[in-house]
Write a protein that binds this ligand. Structure first.
Ligand code: SD4
Length: 336
């Protein structure tokens, strides 16, 4: 793997790095990575603070990053005031709460569930898909069936306030899913569409794992799956390099295989922030008009514990927890 200093040196010498654009190089130079070593855990949005604190219990005791990220993201999954992750997520346009999640460990193992109904902790089901099946992803009824076989409780997830919000939406939206519904409600990044939790942890042994869980876009079409449960899109970990996760309009993240791209850019020497910025710029470059209206944010960490983020729009925040501070909330930089 080459490090940033070597990358800059090679570039200055005119070495041919065909996969890197001039723009990438420009981004790489001024970026100052933040580093606090490890263990460390980072996660998307302000509810990441409480999630990180839970993950920290495992990390500070010398535990495994995989256990930390699972325990961490279960906090917003269980939070009944959270309408974008887990049991209280807003439903799709037909009134079904369908949950998406994936998890990836330091050995490249991964598991996922998508469009799963009636089970409150999709991240734990994703982990069991990884550990107990020969598969990577189970979807829909098959995922629910597997969860029940594994002892998860099947329950009604649609909460009264989520049902009320859905019915209000139905009146105004005429059953049309609106990809950037957040713009009608204020700043991109509001509670309707942009609050997936993606979490990355680096444990005391220097191993990285990640988890990502969401109820997806509010009032989406039934059966719609976003980036969050897709390895390489919503989450990617390569223990030699680092990890990345995403939040926002999943369709654009999938089109660009966003989290994998961020990790590969870090492999080529970019800092986490510069890699996230380049991934955001790919989305903007391909669809400049769409990009003005949507939010996508990436968050990344490398093997040294350096971390960074970048989003299309203002309003993306992420939480960091390490030995110095357990409740740090940082405003991610953005293109607009
Ligand atoms: C998705 N990325 O389903 C998710 C939505 C989200 O913060 O809220 N992300 O596309």
């Amino acid at each position: 793997m080459f490090n940033r200093r070597k990358f800059v040196k090679l570039s200055a010498a005119g070495a041919s790095l065909s996969v890197l654009s001039k723009q990438v190089l420009a981004n790489a130079l001024p970026s100052v990575p933040t580093a606090t070593g490890f263990p460390i855990v980072i996660s998307t949005w302000n509810f990441g603070i409480a999630a990180n604190q839970e993950a920290w219990k495992t990390l500070s005791a010398g535990g495994r990053a995989l256990d930390a990220v699972e325990a961490g993201v279960k906090i917003p999954e269980a939070d009944i005031t959270n309408h974008t992750v887990g049991r209280s997520g807003y439903p799709d346009r037909d009134g079904h709460v369908t949950l998406d999640a994936c998890i990836m460990d330091e050995n490249g193992n991964c598991g996922a569930v998508a469009a799963m109904e009636h089970i409150a902790h999709p991240i734990s089901v994703a982990r069991l898909v990884m550990e107990k099946t020969p598969h990577v992803m189970l979807v829909g009824e098959g995922a629910t069936q597997f969860a029940v076989e594994q002892g998860f409780k099947k329950e009604k997830l649609l909460q009264a306030d989520s049902e009320k919000a859905w019915k209000e939406w139905l009146k105004k939206a005429e059953y049309k899913p609106v990809i950037n519904i957040e713009n009608s409600k204020g700043l991109p990044g509001n509670q309707y569409n942009h609050d997936t939790i993606g979490m990355l942890a680096l444990d005391a042994k220097g191993n990285i794992s990640g988890a990502c869980t969401t109820s997806g876009m509010a009032f989406k079409m039934h059966g719609r799956v976003g980036d969050s449960p897709i390895i390489g899109a919503g989450l990617y970990v390569d223990n030699e390099v680092g990890g990345a996760t995403s939040t926002g309009v999943g369709e654009e993240v999938i089109r660009n295989v966003g989290s994998f791209l961020v990790v590969e850019l870090m492999r080529q020497g970019l800092s986490p922030e510069a890699a996230c910025k380049e991934a955001v710029q790919r989305i903007i470059k391909k669809k400049p008009e769409t990009a003005k209206q949507i939010q996508v944010g990436f968050l990344a960490i490398n093997k040294k514990g350096e971390y960074g983020a970048y989003a299309i729009q203002k309003g993306f925040s992420y939480a960091v927890c390490d030995k110095n501070k357990q409740d740090l909330l940082i405003d991610g930089k953005s293109f607009y």
